[in-house]
Design a protein. Structure first.
Length: 251
């Protein structure tokens, strides 16, 4: 099988920066048509002109995925008769000590990292089923497996995505829909680079990563692309850790 996404239609949430942007670029380079859902209209305006100048097939929808009242309007706006690939990438965090989180902050993290994934994936079931071989890829985190100092609330949501991946893979296998996830370690994005200004955290990350460096967004995107292709057609219910050996480095 070829390393290609030619003829595939992919929807990627949070695709205008960081890991999401790297996934968009990788999918486009492999021949996919891409639909992006993103919240920041300014980022959307900057990116779409760049992509369209290259003649790439891309559509961008501005939407806040934590605003569930607008989901039915969103699915109508998307007008997807079939969908080959759904990448649930959108997410966020603001690390604090457990006892410092307010109820509103807990709800905010859960809504963005977990509930939006659940609701959007539910609403896209019919287009995924019509693809007759669709793939759902959830972007989790090593924080869903281990405590990595990024806050317990974030870790809970990412662990839930890993379990959702397993359960949904079984439930949707009869519809020829595969469901997998990718769990990145610390990756060089704007948000993570800000966190790593804390020298204590940076030392922890580097000293516990056998490859002795931070991942690039493109390295995460490569794993996502593999799971999106027919090349990985017998893989479902799995989470690929992209962590430079951190998980294997028991200490």
């Amino acid at each position: 099988m070829k390393w290609s996404l030619q003829g595939k239609v992919a929807l990627i949430t949070g695709g205008t920066k960081g890991i999401g942007l790297a996934i968009v670029n990788e999918f486009l380079s492999l021949g996919a048509s891409v639909v992006i859902i993103a919240r920041n209209q300014h980022d959307i305006d900057l990116d779409i002109a760049h992509w369209q100048k290259k003649g790439q097939q891309i559509w961008i929808v501005a939407a806040d995925l934590t605003d569930y009242d607008n989901y039915q309007k969103l699915t109508t706006q998307l007008q997807l008769e079939k969908l080959d690939i759904l990448v649930n990438n959108v997410g966020g965090n603001f690390p604090k000590k457990f006892i410092e989180y307010s109820v509103e902050e807990i709800h905010q993290i859960f809504n963005l990292n977990l509930f939006s994934v659940i609701r959007l994936t539910q609403l896209l079931f019919e287009p995924l089923k019509k693809a007759n071989g669709a793939v759902v890829i959830n972007i989790s985190s090593i924080a869903g497996f281990e405590d990595v100092g990024t806050g317990s609330i974030y870790a809970i949501t990412k662990a839930a995505l890993i379990q959702l991946t397993k359960s949904l893979a079984i439930e949707w296998a009869p519809y020829k829909i595969r469901v997998n996830s990718v769990a990145p370690w610390f990756t060089s994005t704007g948000r993570i680079n800000t966190l790593l200004q804390d020298e204590k955290l940076q030392d922890f990350v580097i000293s516990n990563t056998p490859m002795n460096r931070i991942a690039s967004p493109e390295e995460i995107a490569n794993a996502v692309a593999y799971l999106a292709m027919p090349t990985s057609s017998y893989i479902t219910g799995e989470t690929i850790k992209v962590d430079g050996g951190f998980s294997a480095n028991a200490k």
